[in-house]
Design a protein around this ligand. Structure first.
Ligand code: TXE
Length: 503
């Protein structure tokens, strides 16, 4: 049971295998979203700390013991990491509940599943294979090496800090990279606990994993622009993602971006109604709607619209708001005060645009199970896909319901958006399921389920939802680069002024 009476926790950050304060000695406060009270002090790093961390990661990559480890040995280290997560799962989950306001039930599931990423990529570490290529030149032996890209910078958001760091860290370590992680200024504690309980005891060489805590522009920008960083993996909002991409482009870094979404959850009249209602609720109210894959646009076939909305409201009404540390709580607080204000302002925007507020529509009081930073589960009907409430990411428990006529209409509405992260389809028709999966422009399509993720399945966005893929086999490619090696076993010579092509 989470103990909220503890005194202010004081954290240090982790650079080159050492626990250190920020060079400036400054700290920032991290608040418990449920109480709104500060509970932890986090080092407020700046460029000096970033430089130290990147130098450490660069040394570890070039000359430390890490590059000397065989891929099999790297895999063993990663299996140790997985076992240590298993051992400390409950504590890590509780820290995230405290720092982020995530439900303990959700964190129990996440921390139980997180080790699988390290087991999976541990298994891939010694299966990174190049190739021998028969080129069209006699006496040549050509091969392709697959090498780690180098120092990787991870920028992590506040909504699922441990899970999203895991998605990057596991493939990067398997590839043989070293990393510098910048968690969100709102939720750094769980990552620092993860380093203390998992990374340090796993005995990775110093400098392989480093953390710099602090504010986005002050820490994130020097990290993204540092000449010794080879790759940036970012998860966060689209505006910040665009800025990070622009900065990284100046020094031609490799970049992967996992950005926002406005995912359509599409319900046809041939669905199993109860499943679809539950899927709609889980799409938007789970994690208080603070997930990039939130099914925030519910597209309902007009033939079932009224019946569906009635059932949906009935289920959403029963959602238990409250202390995220209690197992029975279903909707917790919004994580940051700024996000809370943003959600409320979008509720006003929707009302101003003429959408009908069918449920919720404002802050949830203590009497309603809420308190500071709680928003009532909110459903808007009569939404037109052109409205801002349908086009822009709210990142909160606010659902827009949009009617459609038929398959073609559903596809048109689903794709009429800048984003393309996820989509849900509810139907019993196999033909329709495959047609929709093919025609929706999104990185993930769930049919008769929603918000399912796995280390085995690639995850990422079409269009403005991002670049690159996390998870699955292809994620490791983002941390590797190819080197072509040409060995001439024959005579030299030939015209030195002409490119050597065929023999
Ligand atoms: O995220 P930011 P914010 C969406 C959601 C939310 C909006 C803004 O709609 O309302 O984004 O949230 C670091 N250079 N998502 O402001 O700014 C920052 O410190 C380098 C979607 O909290 O994207 C943090 O570590 N880094 C989303 C990380 O970027 C910078 C998850 C994310 O912060 C930086 C969260 C800079 N100039 C919000 N500025 C998802 N896709 O899951 C900030 N950062």
């Amino acid at each position: 049971m989470l103990d909220r009476r503890t005194k202010l926790m004081e954290y240090q950050t982790y650079i080159d295998g050492q626990w250190v304060d920020a060079a400036s000695g400054k700290t920032l406060q991290s608040s418990d979203p449920y109480t709104g009270e500060p509970w932890a002090l986090i080092p407020e790093c700046d460029k000096t700390d970033v430089d130290r961390a990147v130098e450490a990661a660069s040394r570890a990559f070039d000359s430390g013991p890490w590059p000397q480890l065989t891929p099999t040995a790297r895999g063993k280290v990663m299996r140790r990491i997985a076992e240590l997560i298993e051992k400390h799962a409950q504590h890590l989950g509780e820290i995230e509940v405290r720092d982020n306001g995530k439900l303990i039930s959700e964190m129990a599931a996440q921390t139980k599943y997180m080790p699988e990423w390290f087991y999976y990529y541990a298994g891939l570490a010694d299966k990174i294979q190049g190739a021998v290529v028969s080129v069209d030149r006699q006496d040549h032996f050509n091969y392709i090496l697959r090498e780690p890209v180098g120092v990787c910078a991870f920028i992590i958001p506040w909504n699922s800090p441990l899970m999203l760091a895991t998605w990057k860290l596991a493939p990067a370590l398997a590839a043989g990279c070293t990393v510098v992680i910048k968690p969100s200024e709102f939720t750094s504690a769980s990552l620092l606990e993860f380093i203390k309980l998992v990374i340090e005891p796993a005995e990775l060489p110093p400098g392989v994993v480093n953390v710099v805590t602090g504010y986005g522009p002050v820490v994130g920008e020097p990290l993204v622009t540092h000449p010794k960083v080879a790759k940036v993996a970012f998860t966060g909002g689209s505006a910040t993602g665009a800025r990070v991409n622009e900065l990284a482009a100046k020094s031609f870094k490799k970049v992967s971006l996992e950005l926002g979404g406005k995912s359509p959850n599409i319900v046809f009249d041939d669905c199993i109604l109860e499943d679809a209602v539950s899927g709609a609720v889980s799409g938007i109210f789970a994690a208080t709607g603070q997930t990039c894959i939130a099914g925030s646009r519910l597209l309902l076939q007009e033939t079932i619209h009224d019946q569906f909305v009635e059932k949906l409201i009935a289920m959403a009404r029963t959602a238990r708001l409250g202390d995220p540390a209690l197992a029975e709580t279903q909707v917790g607080p919004v994580t940051t005060p700024a996000q809370y204000q943003k959600i409320l302002s979008y509720i006003d925007i929707a009302k101003g645009e003429g959408a009908h507020c069918a449920l919720g529509g404002g802050p949830a009081s203590e009497a309603e199970g809420g308190g500071k930073y709680f928003v009532k589960p909110t459903i808007f009907t009569g939404v037109d896909n052109k409205m801002r409430i349908a086009q822009e990411e709210v990142f909160g428990p606010v659902l827009s319901v949009i009617k459609f006529k038929d398959e073609a209409d559903a596809i048109r509405i689903a794709n009429d958006i800048a984003y393309g992260l996820g989509a849900g389809v509810w139907t019993q028709s196999v033909k329709r399921a495959h047609t929709m999966a093919k025609r929706i422009k999104a990185g993930t399509v769930w049919v008769n389920t929603y918000r399912a993720v796995s280390f085995l399945m690639p995850f990422g966005g079409y269009k403005s939802s991002g670049l690159g893929r996390e998870n699955g086999m292809e994620a490791i490619d983002g941390y590797l680069q190819s080197k072509s090696v040409w060995i001439n076993n024959g005579p030299g010579g030939g015209n030195p002024f002409v490119m050597k092509t065929a023999s």
